[in-house]
Write a protein that binds this ligand. Structure first.
Ligand SMILES: [Zn+2]
Length: 308
C-alpha cells in the first residue's frame, strides 16, 4: 500500500504553497488508494515554535485535508511518534547503528573554516573531509556521515531519470550539530523508515538533496522510497512564492472571510493544476490531481542505483 506524508515544520503558518503541496500529497494518495501520514517536523528546536502546531492542524482540517495516520487537529497527543521533537531516541538509535558500521565521525570545524575552503562562487559548501580521520568523539562535535563517492541515479516519478553526486555536491554532511540539534535530512529519513513511507512528495526546490537522502536510506540498510517532485507556486513575476513576499497565510485568509474552497481553487490555479481559479473542495481537486497523475506508475517498483 502506498504511504506518503505531509510534514510541516513549525516555523510559520500554512500559506498557498502548502495548499498546492497538500493537493499533490492527498491527490496522489487518493489516486493510488494510499494513505497520508501527518508528521510535525520540529526537530530544530531553535527555529520551531510549538504554538504554530495547533494553528497548522486547524487550518488543515478547515481546508478539508484529513490525514489517515499521525497528528491531526482531533488527535495530537504529547508525546507522539509523529512529532520529531518527541522522537530523539529514534534518531539516537539510528546514529548508533551508523556508528557501529564506522559510517559517522566527529567534526570540530566551524562553519567559517569550512566556508574558507570553498572555491569562489560555490553555491552550496562542500565539506572537504578535514576531520574524517581524526577519530574525534561524536559527543560535543558535529556528527558527519561518510558519503560514498560516485553518482546516485534514481527515477523521480514526475521528472524521470535524475543523477546526483552528493560527494561532490555537499561531501560528508551533518546529522547532528555540536549542540545536539538533529539535521533535517537525518530526521526525515529515520521517520520515513519508521512510518513505512514509500512515496515522498516534495517541491522541486529541494530536488538537489534527494540523492543524499537515498544514501542515508542505504546506509541504514533500508530500501529508499519513491520520490515525486512537483513545481512550486510562483508570483506574477515568476518568483517562488514565499512567506517574505506574500504574507497571506491561510489563517489570515480565513479570518478575512475567504472560503476554504476559494483558497484551494486559487492554489490549484496558481500551481497549474486547473485552467481557471474557481472554488473547489479538497476532495474534488484530489480527483482532478488523480486524473493528472494517471500516467504515474501504479506499481511502486523503484529504481535507485548507486554507481561507484
Ligand atoms: Zn571537520
Amino acid at each position: 500500500m502506498l504511504k506518503t506524508r505531509f510534514a510541516p515544520s513549525l516555523t510559520g503558518y500554512l500559506h498557498l504553497g502548502h495548499v498546492l503541496h497538500m493537493l499533490y500529497v492527498w491527490g496522489i494518495a487518493r489516486a493510488q488508494g494510499g494513505k497520508v501520514i501527518s508528521r510535525i517536523e520540529d526537530h530544530d528546536l531553535s527555529r520551531n515554535r510549538p504554538e504554530y502546531e495547533p494553528a497548522i492542524l486547524t487550518d488543515m482540517q478547515w481546508l478539508g485535508f484529513v490525514p489517515d495516520l499521525g497528528i491531526s487537529a482531533t488527535d495530537a497527543p504529547k508525546p507522539s511518534p509523529y512529532r520529531q521533537s518527541d522522537c530523539a531516541p529514534r534518531y539516537e538509535e539510528a546514529l548508533r547503528f551508523l556508528a557501529e558500521k564506522g559510517l559517522v565521525y566527529g567534526c570540530e570545524c566551524s562553519r567559517k573554516e569550512i566556508l574558507a575552503k570553498q572555491p569562489e562562487g560555490r553555491e552550496e559548501p562542500c565539506y572537504p573531509g578535514t576531520c574524517a580521520k581524526k577519530n574525534l568523539s561524536l559527543e560535543g562535535h558535529t556528527v558527519r556521515v561518510r558519503v560514498p563517492a560516485g553518482e546516485v541515479a534514481f527515477r523521480d516519478l514526475a521528472r524521470g531519470e535524475c543523477h546526483q553526486t552528493p560527494a561532490i555536491q555537499c561531501g560528508d554532511f551533518s546529522l547532528r550539530d555540536r549542540n545536539g540539534q538533529w539535521a533535517y535530512q537525518f530526521c526525515c529519513v529515520c521517520d520515513d523508515i519508521h512510518h513505512g513511507v514509500n512515496l515522498v512528495v516534495r517541491g522541486e526546490d529541494i530536488l538537489s538533496s534527494t540523492a543524499r537522502q537515498i544514501q542515508l536510506f542505504l546506509a541504514l540498510e533500508h530500501e529508499p522510497p519513491n520520490y515525486f517532485h512537483h513545481g512550486l507556486l510562483c508570483d506574477a513575476d515568476g518568483q517562488k512564492l514565499s512567506k517574505r513576499q506574500r504574507s497571506e497565510s491561510i489563517t489570515q485568509l480565513c479570518e478575512d472571510g475567504v472560503s476554504a474552497e476559494e483558497i484551494i481553487g486559487r492554489a490549484a490555479f496558481a500551481g497549474g493544476l486547473v485552467s481557471e481559479s474557481v472554488p473547489m473542495s479538497a476532495e474534488s481537486i484530489s480527483e482532478n490531481v488523480a486524473v493528472l497523475l494517471r500516467s504515474t506508475p501504479r506499481t511502486l517498483s523503484h529504481s535507485v542505483e548507486q554507481r561507484l
